[in-house]
Design a protein around this ligand. Structure first.
Ligand SMILES: Cc1cc2nc3c(=O)[nH]c(=O)nc-3n(C[C@H](O)[C@H](O)[C@H](O)COP(=O)(O)O)c2cc1C
Length: 222
């Protein structure tokens, strides 16, 4: 594969790290998801599509709670099971949420966001113009220390599959809730790792922008 196809995604040419929009909270408790909300799975599948235009309006806390629970939340508290599969239940992908007020890590067991860095790093999660403007960019980060029991030859493939399952959970939640989203592999991994202050064994592999769609946004998320 060459790098050429990625260039068709129209780079914006900016990668600013901005100061946090407001004083960030150290942790944000997320509302529990309403398991009866949204369109049916089959309807969501019929709406699933990549969208690259977003309203700059923030997502509500309720939406954020549902979105992250759908992504990789705890759905079987007794066993610690999550909404996304992972190899040997390694749960090796951390989800970071780049919000205007800071970068947070989603802690699935407590269903809360934990502040990682008090900066607006949305613009550093990719090259496309909507990246710094949409209200939320998710970053999927492999935590290598959770894969040490696995043969080295399988680690990249398996963690990419886990990230893909999480991304599809998010895409289907978005389709079911009337939100716009696009999965993005075109990242500067080193820049992003620095922006998130990641350790050496933590690697960002995929990002996903989420927001209100420009066409129906006014009626959503109220
Ligand atoms: C692994 C992966 C990486 C992708 N990377 C990008 C990206 O960096 N930027 C982008 O705008 N779209 C990206 N996409 C979205 C694809 O371009 C999109 O899924 C494809 O054009 C099909 O369109 P659809 O999702 O609307 O069916 C990516 C999709 C996948 C699965």
């Amino acid at each position: 594969m060459t790098a050429t196809p990625w260039l068709t995604y129209a780079p914006s040419g900016k990668a600013p790290m901005r100061p946090a929009g407001s004083e960030p909270r150290a942790a944000i408790d997320l509302p529990r998801p309403d398991l009866r909300s949204g369109a049916s799975l089959m309807t969501a599948l019929s709406f699933r599509a990549s969208t690259r235009e977003f309203l700059p309006r923030p997502l509500s806390l309720a939406t954020l709670g549902e979105l992250l629970w759908a992504a990789d939340g705890l759905n079987r508290p007794l066993s610690g099971g999550r909404t996304a599969p992972s190899p040997h239940n390694a749960q090796e992908i951390d989800i970071y949420a780049a919000l205007p007020q800071g970068v947070y890590r989603y802690d699935a067991p407590t269903h809360r966001l934990v502040l990682k860095r008090a900066v607006d790093a949305r613009g550093m999660t990719g090259y496309q113009d909507f990246v710094g403007e949409a209200p939320l960019d998710l970053i999927y980060v492999v935590r290598g220390s959770k894969l040490l029991e696995m043969p080295a030859s399988q680690r990249d493939t398996f963690s990419a599959v886990t990230a893909g399952a999480i991304a599809q959970n998010v895409s289907l939640y978005c389709a079911s809730a009337g939100l716009a989203t696009v999965v993005r592999g075109w990242l500067d991994h080193r820049l992003l790792a620095d922006a998130l202050s990641l350790n050496e064994d933590e690697t960002p592999i995929l990002a996903q922008t989420v927001g209100l769609p420009v066409d129906t946004g006014a009626a959503q998320n109220s």
